[in-house]
Design a protein. Structure first.
Length: 170
């Protein structure tokens, strides 16, 4: 029987959205007014090249504490296996979310697979041998690079749930 890691991550991130941001992105957590956050349906995107349909994992609308009139979309995307073109997928999701909601989007990728890789946090579009046309950046959390000891005494349920995916070296 295989475990549906993707679904479990989505449930975890929905249930403990605030706690996840507090544990792993504290500056962002401090800047957001999460009292009025609203989860938006996971958007279904059609890949026009491959013909696949993909769903963004977690999309939430919230406001900034400093400017209550600024509405922001937070997009969390969990990845539990290596994918060569993942940064391009983040860019496509970002673009589609922005096109639909016309609000600033804060994209965050969560890498949870075993093994340490140097995952990119950007997608670059360029004309070969001429110039970079565009560079898209996103935040990333590479759990295998984090030490579980940092969260050992934490009461944060999101951190506790993700400790098993963190680095266990001494």
């Amino acid at each position: 029987m295989s475990i549906d890691h993707d679904r479990r991550f989505k449930v975890l991130l929905h249930e403990f959205f605030d706690e996840f941001l507090e544990a792993f992105f504290p500056k962002i957590y401090q800047a957001l007014d999460l009292s009025e956050k609203k989860f938006l349906s996971e958007e279904l995107f059609a890949d026009m090249v491959e013909g696949d349909k993909k769903r963004a994992d977690v999309i939430a609308e919230t406001k900034l504490k400093s400017k209550k009139d600024v509405i922001l979309i937070v997009h969390l995307e969990a990845q539990n296996y290596y994918q060569d073109d993942f940064s391009e997928r983040m860019y496509i999701y970002y673009s589609m979310i922005y096109l639909k909601f016309r609000k600033p989007v804060l994209p965050i990728a969560i890498f949870s697979y075993d093994g340490v890789r140097d995952e990119p946090d950007e997608f670059v579009i360029k004309v070969p041998h001429l110039m970079v046309v565009s560079t898209f950046h996103f935040l990333k959390l590479e759990l295998s690079r984090m030490s579980w000891r940092k969260f050992m005494n934490s009461n944060n349920p999101a951190a506790a749930a993700l400790m098993s995916k963190m680095n266990y070296s001494k």
